[in-house]
Design a binder for this molecule. Structure first.
Ligand code: ACM
Length: 259
């Protein structure tokens, strides 16, 4: 299957233009499964909770409607990040397919000012069975906790879909390790640009990428330009058999691990 990471240059608050930009990039590079960045339609750097409240929408809100129309028209799947209005406001991602909403994930590990505005995710790390194989989601800063990718792997995910708004420089290289230590594929869709709002000036590092279970960087985009990266992936290659003697997951020794 063809997997694509879409790297956008959103402008804070310009929701319809940000969605249009993502849709144009998807239309320019056909794939079976697309990953868009975290909070891709709204922008990232909310000044406070009341501003966030203006942009939050339910999982089946207007952004979902537009993306679901795209997924139905092109018979594909799309994962994207959005501020989810539910009992509280979560930093969420949605997985949408040709027949509608497949599932959502709520960011477990909030980053920096997010901790003052969003509620921490309360759904754990769910997995979903797609025609290509089992997938799971994590969002941006979840990368720094190996437990996130490991939890998804232990639940059988062969591909982690990873909408991001990366600020720290380490994630693109760290994802190579996440793939090696779990023998899975990852698809990190990041944004570029800068948001200087409410006394917090953030620049986003681009470098969206798809990494294989062997740690190969199958595609990686640049730091300053929007675009689409595509790789042909076979999820059956995400297999924990390292060699005839070592099985990565089966050989774990949890009785020696703490926490
Ligand atoms: C981040 O979690 N958006 C850095």
């Amino acid at each position: 299957m063809l997997l694509s990471v879409i790297q956008t240059d959103p402008q804070f608050g310009d929701v319809s233009a940000n969605i249009q930009q993502a849709v144009s990039l998807m239309e320019g590079k056909r794939a079976d499964l697309y990953v868009l960045p975290e909070l891709f339609a709204s922008g990232y750097n909310f000044m406070d909770r009341s501003e966030l409240d203006q942009y939050a929408e339910p999982a089946t809100g207007p952004t979902f409607e537009l993306i679901a129309r795209f997924a139905a028209a092109y018979s594909c799947y799309v994962v994207y990040g959005f501020p989810e209005r539910a009992d509280r406001i979560y930093n969420s991602s949605a997985l949408v397919g040709p027949s509608g909403l497949v599932g959502t994930y709520r960011k477990v590990h909030l980053f920096y000012r997010e901790t003052t505005m969003f509620a921490p995710g309360d759904l754990g790390f769910p997995v979903f069975d797609l025609p290509f194989g089992r997938v799971g989601m994590m969002i941006c800063f979840d990368w720094i906790y190996p437990e996130a990718a490991r939890s998804l792997t232990l639940r059988g995910a062969r591909l982690i879909l990873h909408p991001s708004n990366l600020v720290l420089p380490h994630c693109p290289d760290a994802m190579v390790t996440r793939c090696l230590e779990n023998r899975i594929f990852t698809a990190t869709a990041n944004r570029i640009g800068r948001e200087d709002r409410g006394g917090t000036d953030l620049s986003f590092i681009g470098r969206s990428e798809i990494v294989s279970p062997r740690g190969e960087i199958m595609t990686r985009l640049g730091e300053t330009t929007a675009g689409a990266g595509v790789a042909k992936v076979d999820l059956s290659l995400a297999d924990d058999s390292l060699n005839r003697y070592n099985r990565l997951l089966a050989d774990r020794r949890p009785e020696h691990y703490k926490g």
